[in-house]
Design a binder for this molecule. Structure first.
Ligand code: GLC
Ligand code: CA
Length: 577
C-alpha cells in the first residue's frame, strides 16, 4: 500500500497521514456530560457536546474504556469487551457517536486494555474454576509467586507483588497492575486471536483507531523484564498487518511508558511497522522540569537525540492525561526536584508520580499555561489535550488515587457545574469547589464570554497550528542559542506536491521558548537560514531578520514563546489568527 495516495472509503476520502495533522482530545465519558440526570456522564451527553469540541478545533477524540466493568480502575478493568457499561449507554448510541463525529470530520479513538482483564471477566472466572477447560490457559498461572523477581511493580502504592493467590484454583496469577486485573496469557494463541476479533468488532463499527493500553507488558519471559519483550513486538506486527489489510486508514497508538529508544521500538520499522503513534513519555516530564528549573538543557538533549522512526510514524505529545504525571522515566535527582516543586504535599503523589491537573501544577499561571501549550502544539507529533485543561480546570486531591483529576467537566456556574441535573450527592465524583478553581469561576460558559480567556486562547492556537501543516508533518532541528533558559528549534516541511488534494507549500517555522522567570535577550544561530526574514505566525508582524551569519537576537518576556515564519512572505503574510 502506498502511504501517500489518498485512501478511498465509501463516501469519504482520507488523508492517510490524518493522525499526524490531527489535534486529539481525551474525554472521559463518565466525566463530560450527564444526559439523563443519574449523576454519571454518558454517550448521549458526549454526543450533545460534539459541537463544542468541533468549535474548539478538535479532530479526534480519545475515549478511555467504556466497556462493561466493575470500575475499580476507571474502566481499565474490562469484564466484557463487546458490551458497553449500561450507565454509559448502548452500542447503538456508540454507533451514533461515531456517525455524528464523522459528520463533523472528527475521528474516534477508543482505548483497548489488552494486557489484562477484570477478575470479573467470564474468562477469568472460567480459568479459576476449570484449569483444564477452554479458558484454563487464558491467564498467567504459577505455583509460586517467586517467578520473575526482576519485573518491577507499577502501582507501588497499592501492590506489593505482581502475583496474587487465587483460593479457588489454588495457584498464583500474574498481574502488572491491580490484583483485580489478572494479566492475559499471550503465550496462548487463543488469547491473541480473541484480541484480533475484538479489534475487528470495534473497527467494523467505524472506530478510527485504538489506543493500546499498557502495551509493553503483553509477554513476559524468564530472560526479560516483562517490558517490550520480542514476542510483544511480533504480536504488534500482526495486529498492524490486520489493521492495514482489513481497515486501512485506522491507527494504533501505543501507551508505552518507557525510555526513548524503547518507546520508539513500538513504531516498528518501515518494512515491519507496529503502531502508527506512540505517546511521547520521555518529553513530557522534561517540559515540567524546564518550567521550574529555568533550564532548557534536558529538553534540548532529548529533542536532539535522533531516533529513527518509520516515515509514517508520529508522536503523541501530551501534558496531562487521566493518569498521574509519571516520573518513572527521569533520574532520581530530577524526580526529587519535581516532587519538591509540584507535589510538596504528599497527598499530591501517587505511585511514582503526581496526581494533579495542568492548571494546579502550574499554579494557575497564565504565562506558564501558554508556554506549556505552545510546546504541546509545536513539538514534533500530534497534541493530545485532556478534557477541562482548555479552561484550566482544577483538581481535588482529597479524592482517592487518580480520581483527583477525573472530576466532572465544568460547563456553567449552575448546579453541578452544568454537568448533571442530579442531586449533587449522587454525582460519580464531586465537582471542584476549591477557592481558586471553583466551578462558579472556572467554567466553559464564563470563558466563552471573555474574549481573552484561556479557552479562547487555546482555540486560537489550535487554529493557527492547523493552518500550518508543518507542525504535524514537518521535521525538527534544534538550533543553538546563547541562553541556558531557551529552547529553539526549526520545524520544516517541504510541502505536498501541488496538484494533490493537499497542495501545501513548503514552510520553515522557528519556535523559541524562554523558560526564564524574567525577561531576557537571546541570540539564536541557524546558519542555514542566514539572511532570512522572520514574521510572527499569529499577527504577521515583522521581526529582526537572521543576519548573514544566520544569527538573530530577540528580546523575550518572562516565560514567553514565539513562533516565527522564516522567509519572505511571498504568499502574503502568514496571517491565520
Ligand atoms: C494504563 C491506563 C491506566 C490504568 C492502567 C491499568 O496505564 O492509562 O489508567 O490504570 O493502564 O489498566
Ligand atoms: Ca447519565
Amino acid at each position: 500500500m502506498s502511504f501517500t495516495a489518498p485512501i478511498q472509503l465509501p463516501g469519504l476520502t482520507l488523508d492517510p497521514l490524518w493522525y499526524r495533522r490531527s489535534v486529539f482530545y481525551e474525554v472521559l465519558v463518565r466525566g463530560f456530560v450527564d444526559s439523563n440526570g443519574d449523576g454519571t456522564g454518558d454517550l448521549a451527553g458526549l454526543i450533545s457536546r460534539l459541537d463544542y469540541l468541533q468549535w474548539l478545533g478538535v479532530d479526534a477524540l480519545w475515549i478511555p474504556p467504556f466497556f462493561n466493568s466493575p470500575l475499580r480502575d476507571g474502566g481499565y478493568d474490562v469484564s466484557d469487551y463487546r458490551s458497553i457499561l449500561p450507565e454509559f449507554g448502548t452500542l447503538d448510541e456508540f454507533q451514533e457517536l461515531v456517525t455524528k463525529a464523522h459528520e463533523r470530520n472528527m475521528r474516534i479513538i477508543m482505548d483497548l486494555p489488552l494486557n489484562h482483564t477484570s477478575d470479573q471477566h467470564e474468562w477469568f472466572q472460567q480459568s479459576r474454576s476449570d484449569p483444564d477447560g477452554p479458558y484454563g490457559d487464558y491467564y498467567v498461572w504459577s505455583d509460586t509467586d517467586e517467578k520473575w523477581p526482576d519485573i518491577r511493580i507499577i502501582f507501588t502504592d497499592y501492590e506489593e507483588s505482581n502475583w496474587a493467590f487465587d483460593s479457588e484454583r489454588r495457584q498464583f496469577y500474574f498481574h502488572r497492575f491491580f490484583s483485580h486485573q489478572p494479566d492475559l496469557n499471550y503465550n496462548n494463541p487463543a488469547v491473541a486471536e480473541e484480541i484480533f476479533e475484538i479489534t475487528r468488532f470495534w473497527l467494523s463499527m467505524g472506530v478510527d483507531g485504538l489506543r493500546l493500553d499498557a502495551v509493553p507488558y503483553l509477554y513476559e519471559s524468564d530472560e526479560g523484564n516483562g517490558e517490550g519483550e520480542p514476542p510483544t513486538h511480533e504480536f504488534l506486527k500482526k495486529l498492524r498487518n490486520l489493521v492495514d489489510t482489513e481497515f486501512p486508514g485506522r491507527v494504533l497508538i501505543a501507551e508505552a511508558n518507557q525510555w526513548p529508544r524503547e518507546v520508539a521500538a513500538f513504531f516498528g520499522t518501515d518494512e515491519e511497522p507496529e503502531c502508527h503513534m506512540a505517546f511521547d513519555f520521555p518529553v513530557m516530564p522534561r517540559i515540567f522540569y524546564s518550567l521550574r528549573s529555568q533550564q532548557a538543557d534536558e529538553l534540548v538533549r532529548v529533542l536532539s537525540e535522533t531516533t529513527d522512526i518509520p516515515e509514517t510514524a508520529g508522536w503523541g505529545i501530551f501534558l496531562r492525561n487521566h493518569d498521574e504525571l509519571t516520573l518513572e522515566m527521569v533520574s532520581e535527582e530530577y524526580r526529587q526536584a519535581m516532587y519538591g516543586w509540584y507535589a510538596y504535599d504528599p497527598r499530591m503523589r501517587v505511585n511514582v508520580g503526581i496526581r494533579r491537573r495542568l492548571a494546579t501544577l502550574l499554579d494557575n499561571s497564565r504565562a506558564e499555561l501558554e508556554l506549556a501549550h505552545a510546546l504541546l502544539f509545536s513539538l514534533p507529533g500530534s497534541p493530545f489535550l485532556y478534557y477541562g485543561d482548555e479552561i484550566g480546570m482544577g483538581d481535588n486531591i482529597w479524592l482517592p488515587d487518580r480520581d483527583a483529576s477525573r472530576t466532572p467537566m465544568q460547563w456553567t456556574p449552575d448546579r453541578n457545574a452544568g454537568f448533571s441535573s442530579a442531586d449533587p450527592g449522587k454525582l460519580y465524583l464531586p465537582v471542584v469547589q476549591s477557592l481558586v478553581y471553583n466551578y462558579s469561576l472556572v467554567n466553559v460558559e464564563s470563558q466563552l464570554a471573555q474574549s481573552r480567556s484561556l479557552l479562547h486562547w487555546v482555540r486560537n492556537v489550535i487554529h493557527v497550528r492547523k493552518a500550518h501543516p508543518t507542525f504535524g508533518l514537518g521535521s525538527m532541528t534544534v538550533v543553538d542559542s546563547d541562553h541556558e533558559s531557551v529552547l529553539a528549534f526549526v520545524r520544516s516541511y517541504e510541502g505536498a506536491a501541488s496538484g494533490t488534494q493537499f497542495g501545501d507549500a513548503p514552510e520553515n517555522v522557528l519556535c523559541v521558548f524562554s523558560f526564564a522567570h524574567n525577561p531576557i535577550s537571546v541570540t539564536i544561530r541557524a546558519p542555514e537560514h542566514a539572511g532570512s526574514d522572520l514574521y510572527d505566525l499569529f499577527g504577521g508582524a515583522k521581526f529582526p531578520a537572521f543576519d548573514e551569519n544566520g544569527e538573530v537576537t530577540i528580546t523575550m518576556g518572562s516565560q514567553q514563546f514565539f513562533w516565527l515564519h522564516i522567509g519572505t512572505p511571498s504568499r502574503g503574510l502568514p496571517r491565520t489568527a
